[in-house]
Write a protein that binds this ligand. Sequence first.
Ligand code: CIZ
Ligand code: SF4
Length: 354
Amino acid sequence: SPSDPDLVERARAAKEKLGDKVFVLGHHYQRDEVIQFADVTGDSFKLARDAAARPEAEYIVFCGVHFMAESADILTSDDQKVVLPDLAAGCSMADMATAEQVAECWDVLTEAGIAEQVVPVSYMNSSADIKAFTGKHGGTICTSSNAKKALEWAFEQGEKVLFLPDQHLGRNTAVRDMGMTLEDCVLYNPHKPNGGLTAEQLRDAKMILWRGHCSVHGRFSLESVEDVRARIPGVNVLVHPECRHEVVAAADYVGSTEYIIKALEAAPAGSKWAIGTELNLVRRLANRFAPEGKEIVFLDKTVCFCSTMNRIDLPHLVWTLESLAEGKLVNRIEVDKETEAFAKLALERMLALP
Ligand code: CIZ
Ligand code: SF4
């Protein structure tokens, strides 16, 4: 839908008034009306690094979700203030692993006598608390681009991995990239006593997967893959590794957001693609590549936007920029010092991966 011209003008004016004091980050899954004001776009990790590379910007306006703003705060200097235009923009996946639940899980692993063999690997899509837990227990963070390298590193440090919070990325990486079997993976359910697992199951497992998932990517189904193949002969099915294992197994290509964009850039004219990732991004890619004769469709019409990503809209962005331009700091996201130190340790282990 076209943006309200009055709001567009207000956002432009406030941003101009702020000048170099503000740097606006736009996640790939954001609305067009927001993305038009982004100084840079990317996935959560790239954006956090881009913010750190702009020390002159006093305000980092993060158009994305809460855990991403936390990561940006962790990686930027103390005088840079990270602002999230709507505090209700959380992430359902990150919310599926709380600090209390993860501490309880570690107790369960300790009681089963295996905690010493376990290395935590946490997906970027997790709260600062979970990243800090990971750092404290000798583990690393990963993104969907480097999950394989992170697991290879972790299995050099210990015999088992506790993978948080996305079971699908953990399982897909273990089985597709690491030669493990589905039987090597167990699912830890934080809502059941002992995670719903026996001590024997925990001792036999190589991968202990946290029972979290993305409410967007987790909705693509095997039927959506079969339907699109029947509807569009010759279609290439390309999905994000946050999709369920059977979807990933049935797809032609699997990769992170950056991988998806590069694959479409390199695709020949006349090729047809069905993409299983967030709808704002798929629509923008479809529009961008249509003039080059690349046909790009959304994998499943019943799956919708990431509702929390979509909370960041033009009215929220205007309110944020105008407040900052008036010298009013709003919606600051600030991770406490101790959490930040341990979370940074885990992030630095990721940066040191080969
Ligand atoms: O699914 C998401 O929210 C992703 C891929 C986020 C990110 O950029 O890490
Ligand atoms: Fe979280 Fe999924 Fe939305 Fe990403 S797309 S922010 S993982 S709910």
